[in-house]
Design a protein around this ligand. Structure first.
Ligand code: CO
Length: 182
């Protein structure tokens, strides 16, 4: 187990585009393990490498009992959309309605460098889109309607953790929406 501190909104790494993984080596295996351990401990439905301070294109997910990871993802999104609650482990306490594609085909690699295709809908599709956004420095609050985004930013500014992102030792408490925070 190697649970890492989760970076919070305001940390510049969450706004930085992550780099493609080139070496599928021991360090990558350790990163996938750290992401998995940290995600399950939170608990969360997904976690991306920048959220634990690593600028590489890797994320994990934990949806309906299935735990997985994906390296260097490329997404193909459905035109059909879904509306539903979304949260983020880097924005503790905020849950807000966010529109996403209903289903997704994600192509990438596993930690050994083997090509992988993941097809998901609903929560898995939401998690995959949310985590892939993290790799591009995009946060789910960027995806909200202007009105909800305003509300979200207000809640963030009023959060007790906001402005403390320089001390990444804050423990995220269990999320009220069945671990939906991603
Ligand atoms: Co997130």
């Amino acid at each position: 187990m190697a649970i890492q501190p989760i970076r919070l909104f305001g940390d510049p790494i969450l706004r930085t585009t992550a780099l493609e993984v080139v070496d599928f080596d021991k360090e990558l295996h350790r990163l996938v393990q750290d992401l998995t351990d940290t995600m399950l401990d939170a608990p969360g439905a997904g976690l991306a490498a920048p959220q634990i301070g690593v600028g590489l294109r890797v994320f994990t997910w934990n949806v309906e009992g299935e735990v997985g990871h994906l390296v260097n993802p490329v997404l193909d999104l459905s035109d059909e959309t879904q509306d539903g609650d979304e949260g983020c482990l880097s924005i503790p306490g905020l849950t807000i309605d966010c529109r996403r594609a209903l289903s997704v085909v994600a192509r990438g690699f596993d930690r050994h460098g083997e090509p992988v295709t993941i097809e998901g809908s609903e929560l898995l599709a939401r998690a995959i889109q949310h985590e892939t956004d993290h790799l591009d420095g995009v946060l789910f609050v960027d995806r909200l309607t202007p009105e909800l985004r305003k509300q979200a930013m207000k809640e963030i500014r009023e959060s007790e953790w906001f402005g403390l992102s320089g001390s990444p030792t804050i423990k995220v408490s269990p999320h009220p929406t069945r671990g939906l925070a991603i």
